[in-house]
Design a binder for this molecule. Structure first.
Ligand SMILES: *Cc1c(COP(=O)(O)O)cnc(C)c1O
Length: 366
């Protein structure tokens, strides 16, 4: 049982609001896949999926064990495993997860398992590389894939998909349109030669925002569900889902010349008051937030982090804040705070969210 006092509250109403925001940008028939990989972007993939299970059509995780966690929580929604490995294919079958087959090595390995069991029309997904050069078959592989598919009824292509390299960047419009055209061509080849039509999908969150015309049959929404759009204007229309709270463990009165924390990094110039908060770099707060760069909210006022961020705690300056030991502290509860933490940590909000460690307790409030 995790009874840590530092708690990440996942806001269910905000998740639902964000889901509806993206639904409203899409045709009524377009399916929604909610991306819950990496513990639901640093929250809790099981809690998020359990909350969304009747509101979306599909879930996606990166690795098989993330999907197994959902199945063990009795989530029955189809689950696409985006980056399966050969070593986990049997688990994928045992838990009725749907693998992305992205090269012949994994395609053949899966087919071999499917033939052995044998499976009947087991749903698989085929990914194409249209320019990201990360995972996926190349369009020249199409004839071989199609001929293999025609010889088996042990697997069935549930979807064909691809991923955009720069969907958030309108300066890359030409490149993105090329990716979309490549994908449409690939889909056409399959539709021409298979006697059924797999679903098609290529858009992530910023793809939905910038290229909704290419929504095909389904879209894969990740960061948007968690409250972040393509730009500040859009993010304002979304609601924050990740709220990290803690409490003040102890307050110290510091005399001028005294120091706070490791390496004596903070030196008091005047009589000061510090508060110690039980959240540190092991909970996901970058050391770059130390020494006045980052802040938290104590009784609605900004309290700068002083000295170095420790593994298990931070000290903040509460000289001018009326507060007591045991008072609530907000590490972040708004996209602006998270963007500020990401900027100060010299990273992007995706990394700030997914850095929230398993030690932090997670609860979903709906
Ligand atoms: C992570 C991921 C997504 C979700 O991307 P967002 O930008 O968070 O919406 C979609 N598709 C694939 C293949 C991914 O790996």
């Amino acid at each position: 049982m995790n009874n840590h006092v530092s708690v990440l509250e996942i806001d269910g109403k905000a998740l639902e609001h964000n889901l509806n925001y993206f639904k409203n940008k899409l045709n009524e028939t377009t399916k929604i896949l909610a991306v819950v990989k990496a513990f639901g972007y640093g929250s809790d993939g099981v809690l998020v999926a359990d909350f969304l299970k009747d509101k979306v059509d599909y879930f996606a995780v990166a690795y098989a064990h993330e999907g197994i966690a959902l199945r063990e929580a009795n989530i029955k929604t189809p689950i696409l495993v985006l980056h399966p490995q050969i070593a986990t294919l049997q688990d994928i079958i045992d838990y009725r997860l749907e693998p992305n087959l992205y090269n012949f090595k994994i395609f053949n390995a899966f087919l071999e398992l499917a033939d052995k069991v044998p499976l009947m029309n087991y749903p698989i997904h085929i990914k194409f590389n249209t320019g990201l050069n990360r995972l996926g078959f190349w369009h020249t592989d199409i004839p071989k894939i199609i001929s293999e598919l025609k010889e088996t009824n042990h697997i069935k292509v549930q979807s064909l998909f691809s991923h955009l390299a720069a969907s958030e960047d309108l300066e890359e419009k030409e490149f993105t349109n090329q990716q979309l055209n490549n994908f449409a061509y690939i889909a056409q080849q399959f539709y021409k030669h298979l006697n059924y039509e797999p679903m098609l999908h290529i858009l992530n969150t910023s793809g939905v925002v910038n290229y909704a015309v290419a929504q095909f049959d389904m879209v894969r929404v990740g960061i948007g569900l968690y409250g972040f759009g393509n730009d500040a204007e859009e993010t304002k229309q979304l609601k924050n889902t990740h709220n990290l709270k803690s409490i003040i463990s102890q307050i110290h009165l510091i005399e001028p010349g005294e120091t706070v924390g490791y390496n004596r990094a903070f030196v008091a110039k005047k009589p000061s008051k510090s508060a110690t908060i039980p959240v540190g770099h092991a909970d996901g707060l970058s050391r770059k937030l130390g020494n006045g760069a980052g802040y938290v909210l104590v009784n609605n006022q900004k309290a700068k982090i002083i000295g170095n961020v420790c593994m298990d705690m931070i000290m903040v300056d509460v000289t001018k804040i009326d507060c007591n030991e045991g008072d609530e502290v907000i590490i972040f509860n708004h996209q602006d705070m998270l963007n500020n933490i990401a900027d100060t940590s010299e990273t992007i909000v995706y990394e700030t969210l997914t850095s929230i460690s398993p030690r932090v307790k997670k609860v979903l409030k709906s």
